[in-house]
Design a protein around this ligand. Structure first.
Ligand code: HEM
Length: 289
């Protein structure tokens, strides 16, 4: 459902002494709301898999608070279960949101409930297109999926971070300066080249290679805005957690060049979680066994 216009993100902790059979049935009931109008993804932390009595994929860790240079920080808010639903209809999303919470309430405690929307042609609230450098076609699956049978996997690692923007601060810069912060042009999202690309731009911070391997991830973030806060619910997928770790550390100025990401001058992450989203087949196995 590429280009979906409305999303909801739910992060839950499992209640103590939970009735596991009841929980599995409830999760299945929520998952079965998948239709041609709404797509639902379920993912679990290490503890989430343990509660289901399933083996977590190798390499799955909780998100740990990261402290960077100049007092920059990325906090953890690790939950046990993360659900993402998206659709082209806000009404469909609302119905889902209400019924999912009602079904799960007995078993889970809601840590985070965040709505998101598509802003113009998939732009972040800064006005920059978000997702331009995402891997496309077959390449996408190659970058995000752990192959069947490998590392007890078959699915994708997931990162969530709720970022809150200071838009007034960002917009106080002229467009040319904003482009240097992001590393792309504003109107048509063309990557800055050569000397025009600053070392502390967002793209320079996250377009990375480790031992010759490009640290590609697939991003499906959604902006949010209400009277209190405006920002981006950052949602990313990759075939291992290293790819996220390397990018986050670089943004915080913790990699060899010691340069932090200018994006952090006007936006700060308030939450952070790592999960693994099993394939449909694996998920149904976990929920019905
Ligand atoms: C305030 C939060 C953030 C905002 C507003 C933001 C926005 C953007 C924008 C506008 C682009 C350029 C267009 C594109 O290729 O999509 C971009 C690229 C990218 N972002 Fe972010 N981003 C944020 C956080 C993050 C985080 C936390 C990560 C990593 C965990 C990340 C990873 C990437 C990657 C990998 C690219 C593509 C780089 C390339 O290969 O050219 N972003 N982001």
């Amino acid at each position: 459902m590429e280009g979906s216009t409305s999303a909801i993100f739910l992060e839950y902790k499992v209640k103590n002494d939970v009735n596991v059979i009841g929980l599995k049935k409830a999760l299945l009931k929520v998952y079965e709301k998948n239709s041609d109008q709404i797509l639902i993804l379920m993912s679990f932390s290490k503890k989430g898999f343990a509660v289901l009595g399933a083996n977590a994929p190798e390499g799955l860790q909780d998100f740990k608070t990261l402290n960077g240079i100049n007092n920059l920080s990325m906090p953890t808010s690790q939950s046990d279960i993360f659900i993402w639903a998206h659709s082209f209809s806000k009404s469909v999303m609302f119905d889902f949101q209400e019924s999912a919470k009602e079904i799960l309430n007995e078993f889970l405690t809601l840590d985070l409930e965040q709505e998101g929307f598509r802003y113009h042609d998939s732009r972040d609230l800064t006005g920059f297109v978000d997702g331009s450098a995402n891997p496309k076609g077959d390449k996408r699956m190659e970058e995000v999926l752990v192959p069947i049978g490998e590392n007890n996997g078959n699915g994708s690692f997931v990162i969530t971070q709720k970022w809150v923007h200071d838009l007034a601060s960002f917009h106080s810069h002229k467009v040319e300066e904003q482009e240097k912060i992001i590393g792309r042009t504003k109107v048509d999202s063309i990557e800055l080249e050569g000397d025009a690309m600053p070392k502390d731009s967002h793209v320079s911070s996250v377009d990375l290679k480790v031992d010759g391997e490009a640290m590609k991830i697939y991003r499906r973030s959604f902006p949010f805005a209400n009277a209190e806060e405006k920002g981006l619910f950052f949602l990313g997928f990759a075939k291992n957690l290293q790819r996220f770790d390397v990018q986050l550390e670089s943004m915080l100025g913790l990699s060899d060049d010691g340069i932090s990401d200018r994006i952090m001058d006007f936006s700060i992450p308030k939450t952070g979680g790592y999960y693994f989203a099993p394939s449909v087949k694996e998920l149904l196995k976990h929920l019905t066994n």
